[in-house]
Write a protein that binds this ligand. Structure first.
Ligand SMILES: *Cc1c(COP(=O)(O)O)cnc(C)c1O
Length: 395
């Protein structure tokens, strides 16, 4: 049976009523027959049947053992870091999600957990950077926003040999394209806000572990720290996942065409998309993922923030907004938006140029999306870039 069929039919039919949609258990507590005698649920922070359905579903999708759902992607990341203790060290991908960088640096460093950043596209770098204190390797592949690809299986082997955990933030690929646990990773995290939810209408996060023992530890942290996902949002993510395979297939097809269009445009300098043969890690991307996802980044020949701002305010279908993975196309200027919390030097060193623009290619007809980018690039061509007035930034 194909993955999509299996997925659709792994969403349970309610045994009590036959409801084909998972019921939303909007409750805080569960009545017990005698102290400790209950139907598997006692208090809704600890467990909730709607959330449990989502957790089981994402675990199945990732071919993992345990799923644990949180109120945001960052809360999911936070729970994984709470596996560590003072003195432990994280080795992280250099082109990391800005919010993860902020969490590691401004929250966890003061608790004595240190982080080092390496270019994980070369497995040698990872191998050489590991010390006896390294407890966790943190990967994103593809990365945000330069779409770097790291070899999950090779890094999983290094992690295993060194006795540390490998956690992959699988938000960009989604399990429809890439399943890190099957390649040897120990933990997967998701911002379910993006492709799992898929409709830009919620904030959610999920952790999935390959083994039950680690899953139990994260479940303990979920209950002890309390950053759970609410029943209604759990239901929305389940509903989003019903069309995950269909959506991601179309996002990927649209993104590939947009990337090809941008690559031949005279105003465009570099295009970052793992599906292009020009991408330095195209072969690894082909090996470990079924397609290349819906995010495309590019830089302009005119490599200035002003040129980028002029472009991101000139599109009509691509709306200027943070986030990605929804039905409607979005674009953003990471230097000024998602990556503002990363110091400029560090940001540029990680390949996030001043003019870099990130697209989240949606599910519109691809011709319309290309026409929209085309008219915006033409406008840019016709105007010697002038600083854009602040109010024009607001769309
Ligand atoms: C958005 C995002 C996050 C954070 O998720 P939230 O749901 O916004 O908390 C983490 N990692 C990646 C790769 C993301 O894109």
């Amino acid at each position: 049976m194909s993955n999509a069929t299996q997925l659709i039919h792994s969403i349970p039919v309610d045994p009590q009523t036959g409801s084909i949609s998972v019921p939303i258990y909007q409750t805080s507590t569960f009545v017990q027959e005698a102290p400790g005698v209950n139907k598997g649920y006692d208090y809704a922070r600890s467990n909730n049947p709607t959330r449990a359905s989502l957790e089981q579903l994402v675990a199945t999708l990732e071919q993992g053992e345990t799923g644990i759902a949180f109120g945001s992607g960052l809360a999911a990341i936070d729970a994984v870091i709470k596996l560590l203790k003072a003195g432990d060290e994280i080795l992280a991908v250099d082109d990391i999600y800005g919010g993860a960088f902020r969490l590691f640096t401004h929250i966890y460093e003061k608790f004595g957990i240190s982080v080092r950043y390496v270019d994980t596209t070369n497995v040698e770098n990872v191998f050489e950077a590991i010390t006896p204190q390294t407890k966790l390797i943190w990967l994103e592949t593809p990365t945000n926003p330069t779409l770097k690809i790291s070899d999950i299986a090779a890094i999983a082997a290094v992690a295993k040999a060194s006795g540390c955990w490998l956690c992959v933030d699988n938000t960009f690929a989604s399990p429809a394209l890439q399943q890190p646990l099957t390649l040897g990773a120990d933990i997967v995290v998701h911002s379910a806000t993006k492709y799992l939810g898929g409709h830009s209408d919620l904030i959610a996060g999920v952790v999935v572990t390959r083994e039950k023992e680690l899953g139990d530890k994260i479940k303990f942290i979920q209950n002890a720290s309390g950053a759970i996902l609410a029943p209604f949002d759990s239901w929305l993510v389940i509903r989003g996942i019903e069309t995950l395979h269909l959506r991601v297939r179309q996002h990927s097809a649209n993104a590939l065409e947009v990337a090809r269009y941008l690559e031949q445009h005279p105003q465009v300098d570099k295009v970052f998309y793992p599906g292009l043969p020009s991408h330095p890690n195209h072969e690894i991307a082909k090996k470990q993922s079924k397609a290349f996802g819906g995010v495309v980044s590019f830089t302009l020949k005119q490599n200035t923030e002003d040129a980028a701002v002029a472009l991101v305010t000139a599109t009509q279908l691509f709306k200027l907004a943070e986030s990605l993975g929804g039905v409607k196309s979005l674009l953003c200027h990471p230097a000024n938006m998602t990556h503002k919390s990363i110091p400029a030097e560090k940001r540029r060193a990680a390949g996030v140029a001043d003019s870099l623009i990130r697209l989240s290619v949606g599910l519109e007809e691809v011709e319309d999306l290309i026409n929209d980018l085309d008219q915006a690039l033409t406008k840019l061509n016709n105007k010697t870039t002038q600083p854009v007035k602040q109010k024009e930034l607001v769309v």
